[in-house]
Design a binder for this molecule. Structure first.
Ligand code: G3P
Ligand code: MG
Length: 245
């Protein structure tokens, strides 16, 4: 059974350190988070990196398409200076480096598969193979995606991996979608979520995760509605909740 915590650091802890870097993962752990969400991004030449954007400009000193960049170029970029000069020299992590860092810190991993439609048949097996080789505790791993075909393939290739379906707003066919891939979790934006939807997800027996809330008051009602976990850039705002029942 999945051992999800109430607080999941978003892109590590994006308020505290440059997102999706090892520094951000460490900052989440230092702030008391037990789980983090990071984005695994497949590039065209075949590597898997931890990155969010389709372009390099916002979070690195590089430019152009993330997908089309070579792994060598990506690994040479500075992914920290944009956030603050004290983070200068921070790199985009490879998927393997991130896994090793998470496990050293004893964190759970909510891995979001960023996938733009090309080559899912190669991308998903590569992600699962890396996890199979390196990730130790399957109950501290939740694979999530907005991309339903990617999740379908995850399920075809792994009967047991914990899956979460990500949506912005809860769609009318959420239950069919979750059931068809035997997902355990629905992830949605906290803002459009209604009490009725939240209670329906919980009544059907699924985990409910809401992203991305950075202040406690924004999701105060959501806990009452049954929300299991919050994804946050700033775990400091929520970690006291881990000890409440
Ligand atoms: O876990 C959900 C959250 O990460 C969704 O959106 O764009 O921040 O990856 P994004
Ligand atoms: Mg994400």
């Amino acid at each position: 059974m999945l051992k999800l915590s109430k607080v999941i650091g978003h892109r590590g802890a994006a308020t505290l350190a440059p997102e999706n870097t090892l520094a951000s993962i460490r900052a989440a752990a230092a702030a008391g988070a037990k789980w983090v969400e990071i984005d695994v991004y497949p590039i065209a030449q075949g590597g898997l990196i931890i990155f969010h954007d389709d372009r390099l400009e916002r979070c690195t000193n590089g430019f152009g398409s993330t997908m089309e960049a070579s792994l060598e170029t990506i690994l040479s970029l500075d992914a920290g200076h944009w956030f603050g000069h004290e983070h200068q020299g921070e790199k985009i992590p490879t998927f393997e480096q991130a896994i090793d860092c998470l496990q050293e810190l004893g964190l759970g991993l909510n891995l979001e598969i960023k996938y733009d439609g090309r080559n899912v048949e190669a991308v998903v097996p590569a992600i699962l193979a890396t996890l199979a080789e390196r990730w130790q505790d399957p109950d501290k791993l939740l694979l999530s995606s907005f991309n339903y075909p990617a999740l379908q393939l995850c399920r075809r290739l792994s009967p047991t991996v914990h899956l979460g379906y990500l949506v912005e707003e809860v769609p009318h066919d959420w239950l069919l979608k979750l059931a068809a891939i035997n997902a355990c979790c629905l992830g949605c934006h906290y803002q459009p979520l209604t009490e009725h939807q939240a209670r329906a997800v919980k009544a059907a027996g699924y985990l409910l995760v809401c992203y991305t809330a950075n202040e406690a008051h924004l999701v105060r009602e959501h806990w009452r509605w049954g929300m299991d976990s919050v994804v946050t850039d700033d775990p400091r705002q929520f970690v006291h909740l881990e000890h409440k029942h």
